[in-house]
Write a protein that binds this ligand. Structure first.
Ligand SMILES: [Zn+2]
Length: 422
């Protein structure tokens, strides 16, 4: 009897191991590799000058896989946690709010633009409706993520907002922009904005140590240029360095902060609430990524560091003049992304080209882009700009979960017709 039971248990254990191993193989099976990637720099296409070949020769892409290098945080004096209600009373998100969300993605669109079509909206709604309101609600893509076979991408951060909050990046004031008005230019934008109600939860984009949690005006270290525009702000220094350089994320205009300087936070941990402190026209999260140094002038475009929304990719590119340069006259060139299937505008953005030495807007070191469009649903698009009076159109296919490259360069100007002189 004893022996028989023993035999049954052994068989059961063997079955469990076989099933477990099979599941492991299945989970780690080959992933879809995108068939097409546009080379990031076809401008200099001769083999010896090809930057991809050059960078690959330097080991570029090899070390793109993040290795957790534990940085010793430079702990600043502890500043008291902001009180909830310091600027208005934050709305505490309760179970009812989450269950009541029917649209998984709240859209921020200008009146002239049709709303982007969410992918798998019904499924996302169902997931959002059944989620534990106290649990982390990230998009399904978990960083670090890159489907880019060349390793140019570095989506190391999750979305700093829940999946059912508004994750759309405000188009009229993208990274590097000075705002929609020529007459009343705003401060050059060092981050991206995502409009949300006061009280929406703000989450750490990756694990790290809190190095600032206070009003941005208390700046003695060039974090915010002593500007009151940030309002209540949290800065996190992240554990995962990128190619030996430290990464920081910044969360501005908060109505409340739940962390203190020196606190260790995990990816997805609630650190504060969306607010309208500082210089704002409405409540939103201002999100920055800083590379190497935690300075106002060390930002990079967060869209190239944050996993795209599920079913969406990123378009990055360069707008160039006919000779292949990008002079500062191309700053604020409007780029329109038009869906081929119905001709409707999916998104617009503007270029950032600050080549003078006082510029503190930085192109990505891998891409050297001068515009980026966030969260474009998979599909085929015409990317359109007017350069030197010429309308330039490039058709691209957007693959989800990666950066899709495009260059907009007009044809050389025709040489002047010879004229009769006498
Ligand atoms: Zn902003």
């Amino acid at each position: 009897m004893r022996r028989k039971r023993h035999g049954f248990a052994s068989i059961f254990i063997v079955i469990v191991i076989v099933i477990g191993f099979g599941a492991l193989l299945w989970l780690n099976g080959p992933q879809d590799v995108p068939a097409v990637i546009a080379p990031p720099n076809p401008v200099t296409a001769t083999p010896e000058e090809n930057p991809i070949a050059r960078l690959l020769g330097q080991g570029f892409g090899v070390d793109s896989t993040p290795l957790p290098t534990i940085a010793i945080p430079e702990v600043l004096p502890t500043i008291p946690t902001l009180a909830i209600g310091q600027e208005g009373t934050p709305v505490v998100v309760g179970a009812g709010d989450v269950a009541g969300q029917t649209a998984p993605i709240a859209l921020v669109v200008t009146p002239t633009l049709p709303p982007p079509t969410p992918i798998d909206a019904a499924e996302a709604t169902e997931i959002a409706a059944t989620r534990d309101p106290d649990s982390w609600q990230p998009p399904a893509l978990i960083p670090p993520l890159s489907k880019d076979p060349l390793g140019y991408d570095h989506y190391w951060f999750t979305r700093p907002l829940d999946a059912n909050a508004n994750n759309w990046v405000l188009e009229v004031y993208p990274y590097g922009s000075d705002g929609p008005s020529q007459d009343n230019p705003l401060r050059q934008h060092h981050g991206i904005d995502m409009s949300n109600r006061v009280g929406e939860r703000v989450r750490a984009a990756a694990a790290g140590v809190v190095i600032w949690s206070a009003d941005g005006r208390q700046d003695e270290v060039d974090y915010f240029q002593n500007s009151p525009s940030y309002g209540n702000v949290i800065l996190i220094e992240h554990y995962n360095q990128y190619r030996g350089q430290t990464l920081y994320t910044l969360y501005g205009h908060l109505s409340a902060a739940f962390v203190n300087v020196g606190d260790v936070v995990e990816m997805g941990e609630v650190i504060g609430l969306v607010g309208n402190t500082g210089q704002v026209t409405g409540p939103h999260l201002h999100f920055e990524v800083r590379l190497d140094e935690n300075k106002y002038g060390s930002t990079v475009n967060p869209v190239l560091w944050m996993v795209p929304y599920v079913g969406h990719g990123v378009i990055a590119g360069r707008v160039l003049d006919f000779s292949g340069n990008y002079p500062s006259s191309l700053q604020d060139t409007t780029i329109t992304v038009r869906r081929v299937r119905d001709g409707l505008t999916q998104a617009t953005t503007t270029s950032y080209i600050y080549l003078n030495s006082s510029s503190d807007i930085n192109p990505d070191r891998n891409w050297d882009e001068n515009f980026v469009v966030a969260d474009v649903p998979v599909g085929t698009y015409d990317v359109i700009a007017t350069v030197d009076g010429q309308r330039v159109v490039q058709r691209i296919t957007v693959i989800d979960g990666m950066t899709n490259w495009v260059e907009l360069k007009p044809e050389p100007r025709p040489t002047a017709e010879p004229t009769e002189t006498q």
